[in-house]
Design a binder for this molecule. Structure first.
Ligand code: BV8
Ligand code: ZN
Length: 264
């Protein structure tokens, strides 16, 4: 395991070689990749879980108990994402597609910053802000969430109702105790098991089954590159631990591996 801190100008040659020779790269991300876009993470100092209890805000029971509180929380987070921009980490990740034959981006995030940075296809293991559905009958909610009659900045907002069964609309995310969608998790797992390099960027590696992906990659002897200012359980299994912020490291790593990567 090689530890490289951000202020070291050189990345290990073996990492640059692995990248240049890779045909298929998986990039697995968590809330830390959006931190430099101004989006709070969950478990850092100023993270979401420091303000709210996940039991009340990220479970079915919490939504049943107080749908307006949960819907209002997700709506305020969604609007913050709409006001934010992809940061240099998102842009560098999308730019990888220019140099790698196959790039698979797998995120635990529910924002659309990877897509807005130019990633064509993103596997959202924990869902998305942009796929609300009926809590009762699961019918997708097709009305635009920013339609005038739905715009409010109140912390508690009564969720809209389903056109088919009049059930409450819920955020299109995976809450604790809910299964991940097979059509997201299975391709992510396949990619993690057959890629040439896997990046794990900005995740505390604590939430399962998503967190198991980089461990499955490492167990197959495939190099795992972790990018995180802090240590996580993955440190022990990652071949390269790049200590620092993703927005600093990722553009520099691309420029080191492919000197023209820095251009427009
Ligand atoms: C399920 C909703 C079961 C969306 C979230 C073993 C197997 C299976 C399940 C379990 C298991 N053990 C326990 C479980 C249950 C549970 C779980 O994992 N619990 C934990 C507490 C142990 N898992 C579940 O419930 C999952 N469901 O397995 O169902 C099942 C089985 C059969 C039948 C029915 C059910 C569902 C988990 C999904 C929960 N949903 N959120 C939302 O609101 O966003 S969780 C939440 O955590 C988010 O989704 C988030 O994406 C996810 C992971 O967090 P991170 O992204 O890592 O963010 P975090 O703040 O933790 O870390 C940020 C990192 O970034 C830090 O390390 C920091 O240092 C770094 N960083 C900061 N700045 C930067 C940076 N890095 C780089 N650059 C920077 N600038
Ligand atoms: Zn319905």
């Amino acid at each position: 395991m090689t530890l490289t801190t951000i202020n070291e100008l050189e990345f290990p040659q073996s990492l640059l070689d692995a990248l240049r020779q890779a045909r298929h790269v998986v990039v697995f991300t968590g809330a830390g990749v959006s931190a430099e876009s101004g989006i709070p993470t969950f478990r850092d100092e100023s993270g979401y879980w420091g303000d709210v209890d996940p039991e009340d805000f990220a479970t079915r029971a919490g939504f049943r108990r107080d749908p307006a509180l949960v819907w209002g929380w997700y709506e305020s987070r969604r609007k913050q994402v709409m006001r934010s921009q992809p940061n240099p980490a998102h842009i560098a990740i999308a730019r990888l597609a220019r140099y790698i034959e196959q790039l698979t981006v797998v995120t635990q995030n529910i924002d659309d910053l990877h897509e807005r940075a130019g990633c064509a296809e993103v596997l959202h293991l924990h869902g998305s802000f942009f796929a609300p559905r009926c809590f009762a009958c699961a019918r997708p909610y097709s009305k635009p969430l920013d339609s005038p009659d739905l715009v409010s900045s109140e912390p508690r907002q009564e969720p809209p109702r389903c056109a088919r069964c009049n059930g409450r609309i819920r955020p299109g995310v995976v809450w604790f105790g809910e299964q991940l969608q097979r059509e997201m998790y299975q391709p992510a797992q396949r990619a993690a098991q057959k890629c040439d390099v896997l990046f794990s960027i900005g995740t505390s590696s604590l939430i399962y089954p998503a967190a198991s992906l980089p461990f499955e990659t490492a167990a197959r002897g495939i190099p795992v590159v972790q990018v995180n200012p802090s240590a996580t359980d993955l440190d022990a299994k990652a071949k390269f631990n790049l200590r620092g912020q993703a927005g600093d490291i990722m553009p520099r790593l691309l420029a080191a591996a492919w000197p023209d990567a820095g251009e427009g």
